[in-house]
Design a protein around this ligand. Structure first.
Ligand SMILES: [Zn+2]
Ligand SMILES: [Zn+2]
Ligand SMILES: [Zn+2]
Length: 259
């Protein structure tokens, strides 16, 4: 983040799908593009509110994203689900433990937290001290809750067959890796200022919305602004945005939007 930031804002730390863009070994036009908007690290965002920061998911590029965006605090973490691209930066929370002198509360569904316990077993068992381990508190989500002093509503959605969570924070909602939003959850997403929605590509996919499906969800919810995240290398930033209505756009790494 550079310059003065509005009091309440979202910073898009990463906007790419699990492979990232450019994808290893790919020679397509988007992967070779010199447009910085086409460089997408794995999807994650930071919601800032009166100096407090809520991190949504912890991508494998978390450390680099923090340096790039000058992230100074993490007061709480919300996990959408436990796929590798959403959790594998977790060890770098250590720096925030050190700087803040506190354990960091991490929220997610009981299933998500169970996978995190397994994937990061070393955190939860006795080992020699070494470089230290992240100090986190895993807090299961089973309805609306308060994190870092802010009220949050979980939004149950489907990622293929897998039930995962989106989150609504005031008039911002964040829903990634989604292929179906049940009716009751659509109702929880009415009246938004900013909707963040995962779309993968134009071609159909079993576990992610296509661009067209994302647009129809965005039009139905009619948030003032919708930003797409979790894009693959098949979507060029400028060319895709030119096809979209101005209230619905692809986000990019480092974008900051006032809420
Ligand atoms: Zn993902
Ligand atoms: Zn490519
Ligand atoms: Zn996923």
């Amino acid at each position: 983040m550079t310059g003065r930031q509005p009091d309440t804002h979202i910073t898009f730390l990463g906007t790419g799908t699990s492979h990232g863009v450019p994808m290893i070994g790919c020679k397509c036009a988007v992967c070779r593009s010199s447009d910085p908007h086409n460089k997408r690290s794995r999807t994650s965002a930071l919601v800032s509110y009166s100096g407090r920061n809520i991190l949504i998911d912890i991508s494998p590029e978390f450390r680099l994203q923090c340096i790039e965006n000058n992230v100074q605090r993490v007061d709480a973490v919300l996990f959408t689900h436990a796929h590798a691209d959403h959790i594998f930066g977790l060890d770098d929370l250590r720096r925030f433990n050190e700087m803040q002198g506190m354990s960091i509360p991490c929220y997610g569904s009981p299933d998500t937290l169970a996978v995190i316990r397994k994937a990061f077993e070393y955190i939860f068992i006795q080992t020699q001290e070494g470089g230290g381990k992240p100090k986190i508190e895993l807090l299961p989500v089973d309805g609306p809750f308060t994190a870092a002093g802010i009220s949050i509503t979980p939004i149950p959605v489907f990622h293929g067959q897998l039930p995962i969570l989106g989150y609504r924070i005031g008039n911002l909602a964040y829903v990634t890796d989604c292929s179906e939003i049940p009716h009751d959850s659509m109702e929880l997403l009415r009246g938004l200022d900013v909707l963040v929605l995962g779309v993968l590509r134009k071609k159909a996919h079993e576990t992610h919305f296509t661009l067209d499906q994302g647009v129809s969800v965005a039009l139905e919810l009619s948030a003032k602004l919708t930003y797409f995240v979790h894009m693959s290398h098949s979507l060029d930033h400028d060319a895709t945005n030119q096809e979209l209505p101005s209230s619905i756009q692809l986000a990019y790494d480092g974008l900051v939007v006032e809420i």
